[in-house]
Design a protein around this ligand. Structure first.
Ligand code: FES
Ligand SMILES: [Fe+2]
Length: 461
């Protein structure tokens, strides 16, 4: 439901410190959002309560914790969580805050454990967060401890293609419902093969002096910025020499749905002839698949999804609010290719900082040499050493810096270029589909859903 369709009385608007209403920071007529959202500490706190504590946030991949007891510590907003593999193969996501007096129970970032002991007064919890024991329990408490109520708080767990998401809102819709139409396209990226994806080592992390919405706004899905910010890619010869939208890679089929944005590569002019989808896939295997793995698409995706992968392969995008994916051919300097899938999440660290987390993945069943090349290509492109993302690391802090000024914070993000729904003929997938030059539909959709969460609240908030 769009915010302009909601009854005003159903909103839980907020008066900001200077008397401005939060709802006044988005203009639905002119399609603008005030830069102030990047630096206002009151808005930041509301985001933790109304967005991060109520949405599905990516915390890792199942192949990081293959064995019972394997765990990693991750973040849902500012809340640290322990993501742990259970003896039955399931996953538990526990708040890493001791119910006794608030210390972080687990001080390691990764490991294997049969239980977690809080360092402060040594209360002990299972890998599923259950309270197990306290020292001198009888002498201290007798029978007074309400043990079931003293476990680590649990988040709900959802996975797609092995990617793990957590959500602290017990009333929230399921992961599939939350992503809605966008889920269909996520499967086209994350669920293509029988063996599934695997991570190439631990995720990279870097602290960026920017509000987390710098990358999030870009992620859903700003192709236009390549013309300015990533000009060096063209200068280095990766994008050709012409000054046309085609040469800049701006012509595509974009999808926007449920606050997410996705770019699909248009192969209509690349693969010619009257070929079946299977023949097209064999002629041009999708990024990251060997020719032998092409047949597995039919085992894991619907015929309609296979048709999209064959004709308009999904490549880069973001699911709302902060799960970005980049499926790329990974060209290397020696002419070889290291195709990989990079996953990002933006972890907020105060109004003016966030951590960019980067996981690099490949299909588990590709040859070992491909995995080696993929890791090299991934490190070269994205994350803190990536020649693409270094550019973005200049833009995001600059936007936040602008939003500190008394005048600058009243400037706006502007969205003036829209397609609406204009899919190619016979498009078999859901969502709003935009054929042609990349425009603002996805990014504006991200802001609309952001304000839907920010202007509604759980009871008591
Ligand atoms: S704070 Fe954890 S046992 Fe006391
Ligand atoms: Fe970029």
């Amino acid at each position: 439901m769009a915010i302009d369709e909601l009854e005003v009385r159903a909103l839980r608007d907020v008066v900001l410190a200077d008397g401005t209403l939060l709802s006044e920071l988005i203009n639905h007529e002119s399609c603008e959002v005030d830069l102030r959202v990047l630096t206002d500490p009151q808005i930041y706190q509301l985001e933790l309560d109304r967005l991060f504590a109520r949405t599905w946030i990516m915390v890792g991949h199942e192949t990081e914790i293959p064995n019972p007891g394997d765990f990693v510590v991750r973040y849902i907003g500012e809340d640290a969580v322990i993501v742990a593999r259970q003896p039955d193969g399931g996953i538990a996501i526990s708040l890493n805050v001791c119910p006794h007096r608030g210390m972080q129970v687990c001080r390691a970032e990764v490991g294997n454990a049969t239980k977690f002991k809080c360092p402060y007064h040594a209360w002990v919890f299972g890998t599923d967060g259950r309270f197990l024991a306290a020292p001198f329990e009888q002498e201290m408490y007798g029978d007074a401890l309400d043990k079931p109520a003293l476990g680590l708080q649990q988040a709900r767990v959802g996975t797609i293609g092995g990617v793990i998401f957590g959500n602290f809102d017990q009333q929230a819709p399921s992961l599939r419902e939350f992503f809605g139409d966008f889920y269909w396209y996520l499967e086209c990226i994350l669920c293509r093969t029988d063996g599934g994806l695997e991570v190439l080592g631990a995720p990279q992390r870097a602290l960026i002096r920017s509000n987390w919405k710098g990358p999030a706004e870009q992620g859903s899905i700003d192709g236009y910025h390549a013309v300015g910010l990533h000009r060096s890619l063209r200068d280095l010869g990766f994008l050709g020499r012409e000054m046309t939208p085609q040469a800049w890679g701006l012509i595509s089929v974009d999808i926007s749905a449920n606050g997410g944005g996705l770019r699909c590569t248009d192969l209509r002019d690349v693969i010619r002839g009257d070929l079946t989808d299977k023949e097209k896939l064999e002629q041009a295997p999708p990024i990251g698949l060997t020719p032998e793995m092409v047949l597995q698409l039919g085992n894991n995706l619907s015929p309609e999804q296979v048709a999209v992968v064959a004709n308009y392969p999904p490549s880069v995008g973001q699911a709302f609010p902060s799960f970005e994916f980049l499926l790329t051919p990974g060209p290397l300097e020696d002419g070889r290719a290291g195709p990989f899938l990079a996953l990002h999440t933006w972890v907020p660290r105060g109004p003016e900082a966030f951590e960019i987390w980067t996981w690099n993945l490949v299909e588990r069943d590709v040859p070992e040499l491909t995995k080696e090349l993929a890791l090299r290509a991934a490190i070269r492109s994205f994350g803190s050493s990536g020649n693409i993302e270094m550019d973005d690391g200049e833009a995001w802090p600059s936007q936040t810096r602008s939003a500190r000024g008394a005048v600058g914070r009243k400037m706006t993000f502007k969205y003036r270029a829209f397609h609406g729904h204009n899919p190619p003929e016979g498009w078999p997938g859901p969502g709003q589909v935009h054929d042609g030059i990349t425009r603002d539909d996805g990014q504006w959709g991200w802001w609309k859903r952001y304000f839907e969460f920010m202007l509604t609240a759980e009871a008591g908030q």
